[in-house]
Design a protein around this ligand. Structure first.
Ligand code: GLN
Length: 485
């Protein structure tokens, strides 16, 4: 099962040209985007230029590169030279970068036609995509519900087949959450495998870029292309092996840990679906091992202290001087910056900047930021020295709930609690993969998560690949609005 491989087959057999294929996606976007709000910017010129280059290669009988000719979309916090990159914020609503994010340059070199830039929570802060300056992206499974966040537009586009795959970014669950809400596969790679160069920073020690796809094989194919070492991101070493050829290995001997802590306060339908999936994995040869992760209770406070602290620093550059609109009446430079920042940031972003500044300020630094860093270290050690001594990977729900209706009036803390299962992988830098494993009573997709050992993307992809095969792709989303394969 691979949409990417199917599309490439159509292209190489001559059943369709890359231009025709790209046009059919662009046409679907034009018809559906006003409903879904998945794209902030659509980029037909770029897409068609690339498509024509692919057609030329095909005509000359040249072989295609792994992702060549397959249209795709990028989250709108990934810089694209000459193309608006808004981060779904008023602060960058007209910002056009002068250079490409490294991941985009890798895809560009593969001749991947770029369909557009996807909606997201403002500066990737949120779990429902509702903090977007442009309004939230809708869930194609139920248009009254959110697509998840923060990469909600990427997930909405892929689930509705307005794009075969998309890239998202994940600081605390922003790839995996929307993937689980929309019935898709989402991979948050090990910190340091994918370059962050040109991704607008939210929390630099937690951010990673990864694929949102309709199936495991495609996640592996995209990861294999984007996980390249980048000398301009000193934290990026890349991946040492390709994962796609490693799919299909038997699970015999693989130990999958189950920690009860991840199942507390989780919706019963979600618990049930993940438990059923664990039995399927067992049937496939995996051994289920009970483990315990008592430090999970610190995960949310640690995450929100560290993420907000880093965000308050990273967002300092949006001051009305270097980027975006500025207040037009003010007393002095300080007043100008204050008024501008008040004007260009939404409520959630301001809340994070205030919280982050607070935990870093003299007198509170030791009590909050330093303590959170120490607990982060302890959590990482517990994962390494305890959990991963007993098992090879950890199975959890991705989200404690399924997609909620728009405007569900959750307090900030209630929204933050939604991230309980995903933030640990970011805090500890571990790779984590979400894949669909069932539906709730309202027929909404449920996602399960595997957290792996550092740089073991191939193993978690393999386990869910076997699950997907065993269940015959039953839980994969197939709402064809774009080009029908
Ligand atoms: N929901 C989390 C937050 O708001 C995670 C967001 C993300 O991964 N970018 O910070």
């Amino acid at each position: 099962m691979s949409k990417i491989a199917d599309i490439q087959k159509l292209l190489t057999s001559g059943a369709i040209s890359c231009r025709e294929l790209t046009l059919s996606y662009l046409d679907a976007i034009e018809k559906q985007n006003s409903i879904l709000n998945a794209f902030i910017t659509v980029t037909p010129e770029t897409a068609l230029l690339t498509a024509d280059a692919v057609d030329k290669k095909l005509k000359a009988g040249e072989a295609l590169l792994p992702l060549e000719g397959v249209p795709m979309a990028l989250k709108d916090n990934l810089s694209t030279a000459g193309i608006k990159t808004t981060c779904a914020s008023r602060a960058l609503s007209n910002y056009i970068p002068i250079y490409d994010a490294f991941v985009w340059s890798l895809l560009y070199r593969q001749n991947a036609p770029l369909l557009g830039k996807c909606n997201m929570d403002e500066f990737a802060m949120g779990s429902t995509c509702e903090t977007s300056f442009f309004g939230g992206a809708k869930n194609p499974h139920d248009l009254t519900r959110v697509a998840g966040g923060s990469s909600g537009g990427s997930a909405s586009a892929v689930a509705s087949n307005l794009a075969p795959y998309a890239l998202g970014s994940d600081t605390g669950g922003s790839i995996r959450g929307p993937a689980s809400f929309c019935g898709l596969v989402g991979l948050k790679p090990t910190y340091g495998t994918v370059s962050r160069n040109g991704a607008v920073a939210y929390a630099s020690s937690l951010d990673q870029i990864g694929p949102i796809t309709t199936c495991i094989q495609d996640a592996a194919a995209v990861f294999d292309v984007i996980s390249e070492r980048d000398e301009n991101d000193m934290t990026c070493v890349g991946a040492s092996e390709k994962t796609l050829p490693l799919l299909g290995r038997p699970l015999n001997g693989t130990k999958i840990g189950i920690a009860d802590e991840f199942f507390e306060d989780v919706n019963p339908d979600v618990c049930q679906a993940v438990q059923n999936a664990s039995r399927t994995l067992q049937k496939l040869g995996a051994e289920l091992v009970p483990v315990s992760f008592p430090m999970l209770k610190y995960a949310l406070p640690v995450y929100y202290i560290l993420a907000d602290a880093e965000a308050s620093s990273n967002l300092g550059r949006f001051d009305g001087i270097r980027y975006g609109p500025a207040a037009d009446s003010y007393d002095d430079i300080n007043d100008m910056i204050c008024k501008t920042r008040d004007m260009v940031f939404g409520k959630e972003v301001k809340r994070r900047i205030l919280l982050g500044t607070y935990v870093l300020s003299a007198g509170y630094f030791d009590a909050y930021y330093k303590k959170a860093q120490m607990i982060r270290e302890a959590m990482t050690r517990q994962m390494k020295n305890d959990i991963f001594k007993k098992c090879d990977m950890l199975l959890t729900p991705t989200d404690p709930v399924t997609a909620m209706p728009f405007g569900t009036n959750m307090s900030p803390v209630e929204t933050y609690q939604k991230d309980i299962c995903t933030v640990t992988a970011n805090i500890t830098g571990l790779p984590a993969l979400s894949a669909p494993c069932g539906y709730d009573g309202a027929n909404l997709p449920i996602g399960m998560q595997l957290i792996g050992k550092p740089f073991c993307e191939a193993d978690i992809l393999n386990a869910f690949y076997l699950f997907e095969k065993e269940t015959d792709g039953t839980f994969l989303t197939n709402l064809e609005m774009g080009y029908r394969l």
